[in-house]
Design a protein around this ligand. Structure first.
Ligand code: G6P
Length: 456
């Protein structure tokens, strides 16, 4: 696919930076999976990636020309830091993320007050800063692929300034049903949907697409053309990684943690939508109801920190650690720790764990897709079983071969874990092979090509 002239736009760019003790920017691993997915897809192409300098360290790195990577040409948007915090923390992460994942505890939140209205203004300014950067830079009739809920107002702003551009907006999250969307203030709902409706709008699943169209209809906004394009795991990249020395070293580190016991694994960000608490409660119930499993299995939870400027995330992290501790206090013996919770981000260790799990638990409350559910079956060499939430987008593709669960039903989750651990070897092998075949039906390139095709 010819990617010259293509413009891809996302909040986070390929590299995120921290300042070292001498005040110099050093690259760190990126946050959520979006940036990690886009980077290999755009590497070495003539595409332009427009992203935000999210912190002082990012701004310094941009000034020093450190943002570009893998031959990708990067344009940075550098909003005022206070504007950015309001747009990213208050609107994108504490409001829109919560609306689409249906995470609000409605007795207390959301609270649409004057402070929030100021944050919505900041979100407009932030979107406008992208429009200002892209409008003079994009080639005539260029295809512009806008990613995610941080940038819902951008398509309309661009269409007004550059009617020649071919615009796509792709949502990596679920989309709220009208009943959940309706918590947003009336004018905001309308502004957000009409902002997106200037583009052709893409989603990982039919379900999120239908919810978006239903919201448009409920709000009297003419739905734009829409498409469904599930993101895929990259078999070649994953295979290279599986044979790397870093993976072998990480596998040894892991073995020292788990010994020869059977492993129930989860790999997630510490993120309220990921449902880590019910995972621990289900494991607790499993050990309670199946005494024969005690001492024979560990729950390895590799859960690294995310969005730590948000009080909701910090509080959730504390609850997660507490829930893991409770299970261990109840069941641990001198030579067995049932739950191993590791919160330090170690991508090699997470990857190595995917190659050798017995059971992979993917139980989000709601998830746009969940790429871990696709990566696991591709790299796992031990015929691992996948226990998958009915609320994860990837269930549309993998639901026939995974053990599916209602993520709110702790007892049913415990049942599924027990069923997975007791599954005969033949059935494990058949399901593992079938899951890998389902995943291989698409590649990340297909996903990008679908977006380009939808631009018309
Ligand atoms: C995950 C979500 C994406 C989101 C990204 C942002 O990957 O699936 O929808 O854009 O996180 O993460 P960040 O760390 O940049 O806030």
């Amino acid at each position: 696919m010819d990617r010259s002239g293509l413009v891809v736009v996302s909040n986070r760019g390929p590299l995120s930076f921290e300042l070292d003790p001498a005040g110099q920017p050093v690259a760190t691993a990126p946050g959520g999976g979006l940036a990690t997915t886009l980077r290999p897809l755009l590497a070495g192409s003539d595409a332009t990636w427009v992203a935000c300098a999210m912190s002082d360290a990012d701004r310094k790195a941009a000034d020093q020309g450190l943002m570009g990577v893998d031959g990708i040409s990067i344009l940075t948007v550098e909003p005022d830091p206070a504007v950015y915090r309001m747009a990213y923390d208050v609107i994108s992460n504490a409001t829109l993320w919560f609306v689409h994942h249906v995470l609000f505890d409605l007795t207390r939140r959301p609270r649409f007050d004057r402070r929030w209205a100021g944050a919505w203004d900041a979100y407009r300014i932030y979107n406008a800063a992208f429009a200002q950067r892209i409008a003079p830079a994009a080639r005539e009739h260029a295809t512009v692929l806008v990613q995610d809920y941080h940038l819902t107002l951008l398509p309309r702003m661009l269409a007004e300034r550059r009617p020649d551009l071919k615009l796509v907006h792709f949502s990596h999250t679920p989309f709220a049903d009208p009943s959940a969307f309706t918590v947003l203030p009336d004018a905001v709902r309308h502004e957000l949907l009409s902002g997106m409706a200037s583009a052709s709008c893409g989603f990982h699943t039919q379900r999120w697409r239908d919810a978006f169209v239903a919201c448009c209809t409920a709000e009297g906004v003419e739905p734009p053309p829409t498409f469904v394009a599930p993101l895929a795991a990259d078999p070649r990249g994953l295979a290279d990684r599986a044979t790397s020395p870093a993976c072998a070293a990480a596998a040894e580190r892991l073995h020292r943690l788990t010994g020869d016991r059977r492993v129930v694994l989860r790999v997630d960000r510490v993120e309220p939508s990921k449902n880590l608490l019910r995972g621990f409660w289900a494991f607790d119930e499993l050990l309670d109801r199946h005494p024969e499993l005690r001492g024979t299995v560990v729950f390895l939870a590799l859960a690294y920190g995310s969005r730590q400027t948000l009080p909701e995330y910090l509080a959730y992290g504390t609850e997660v650690e507490q829930a893991a501790r409770v299970v261990n206090e109840r069941w641990a013996t001198d030579d067995w720790t049932p739950v191993i919770l590791e919160v330090a981000d170690d991508p090699d260790r997470s990857f190595a764990a995917l190659t050798s799990y017995d059971v992979l638990l993917v139980n989000p409350i709601r998830d746009g897709l969940n790429l871990v559910a696709k990566e696991g079956p591709l790299v796992n060499t031990t015929d691992g079983v996948v226990v998958l939430s009915n609320e994860a987008g990837s269930v549309e593709e993998l639901g026939t071969e995974a053990l599916t669960i209602n993520p709110f039903d702790v007892s049913a989750t415990a049942d599924a874990l027990a069923g997975a651990l007791a599954m005969p070897a033949e059935e494990r092998a058949r399901r593992a092979g079938a899951l890998a075949d389902l995943v291989r039906r698409r590649t990340p390139d297909d996903w990008l090509a679908d977006q380009v095709a939808a631009a018309g």
